[in-house]
Write a protein that binds this ligand. Structure first.
Ligand SMILES: NC(=O)c1ccc[n+]([C@@H]2O[C@H](COP(=O)([O-])OP(=O)(O)OC[C@H]3O[C@@H](n4cnc5c(N)ncnc54)[C@H](OP(=O)(O)O)[C@@H]3O)[C@@H](O)[C@H]2O)c1
Length: 262
């Protein structure tokens, strides 16, 4: 039985947490999309989905418990999304994993390297393989990757993070070269600095409090990217006319220096 009888366009937000993932899901839901939310933690997914349903319309958001490190988990979630909602027209690969405090190559285990690289890169590869066939039949589709400064330059301590994000950037370029002329618009979005989500935003704000940085606490939006503002960028990229498609875009808050971590 379809859960999308009015055949609304479908966005899959892969790596849907309370930060960028939820904000992007909400932005597209407000434009008439049905939303498939993929992540591991059911309580978080449920609360995001209920929030969107309450604020937009019942039946707008659906969640699929998925571990992006496991190919079969990704494939079965996308099979279920297709059966429930129909073909995906927008894929947002937002999942990412890194240490808050870095660790040198010698201190990084193979297990951590593999786990994080699966989340940062393999999950995107599998997700693309799931949605591309329907997008190609439709002759259109949008694929947006959430990237990071670490995709552009390796930094000490990021051995288990940067290689995956570099790879994701490369995957996006390959996608563009292989499928852009068939209607698929792929964009790598370099999020260059901290986002005001629960985890990083919270860590940064607590540090400012400890340091007595009153000016920063008063001017949060000059220093921390707001998920809802980032979501505007995702929507803008999706809506770009096909005569002017962006392939890569970088964003940062006003008081963040350019490619600040380089
Ligand atoms: N936050 C920042 O300051 C910042 C800065 C630059 C770039 N970025 C990029 O932004 C993206 C994340 O955005 P966000 O920080 O705002 O996070 P978010 O959208 O709040 O949440 C992302 C979600 O990804 C899910 N995820 C992680 N590993 C997964 C796995 N193995 N399987 C399924 N889902 C998984 C997590 O949910 P579960 O744990 O429930 O699975 C998490 O809640 C990442 O690509 C990151 O590199 C973030």
């Amino acid at each position: 039985m379809s859960l999308n009888n009015s055949k609304k366009p479908v966005i899959a937000v892969v790596g849907a947490g309370p930060g960028i993932g939820e904000a992007v899901a909400r932005r597209f839901a407000n434009e008439g999309f049905v939303v498939a939310l993929l992540a591991r933690t059911e309580s978080v997914l449920k609360s995001i989905a209920h929030g969107i349903d309450n604020d937009v319309e019942k039946g707008t958001a659906h969640y699929y418990i998925t571990d992006l490190r496991i190919e079969n988990s990704v494939l079965s979630s996308f099979d279920q999304i297709r059966a429930d909602l129909g073909p995906v027209s927008v894929l947002v690969y937002n999942a990412g994993a890194r240490r808050v405090n870095g660790r040198s190559i010698l201190d990084t285990t193979t297990e951590e390297f593999e786990n994080f690289t699966k989340i940062n890169l393999f999950g995107a590869f599998w997700s693309c393989k799931c949605v591309l066939p329907d997008m190609l039949v439709a002759g259109k589709g949008t694929i947006l990757f959430t990237s990071a400064t670490g995709a552009l330059r390796g930094m000490p301590g990021l051995a288990s993070f940067s290689p995956g994000k570099f790879g994701l950037r490369s995957l996006c370029q390959v996608l563009t070269r292989e499928y852009q002329s068939r209607g698929i618009h792929s964009v790598n979005i370099i999020v260059d600095g901290p986002v005001d989500g629960k985890l990083i935003g919270g860590v940064v704000r607590r540090k400012w409090q400890r340091d007595g940085s009153e000016e920063k606490l008063k001017e949060v939006t000059s220093y921390l990217m707001q998920p809802s503002d980032l979501a505007e960028t995702y929507w803008f990229l999706h809506m770009q006319p096909r005569s002017t498609w962006t392939q890569e875009l970088d964003v940062r808050a006003m008081k963040e220096s350019m490619f600040s971590k380089l």
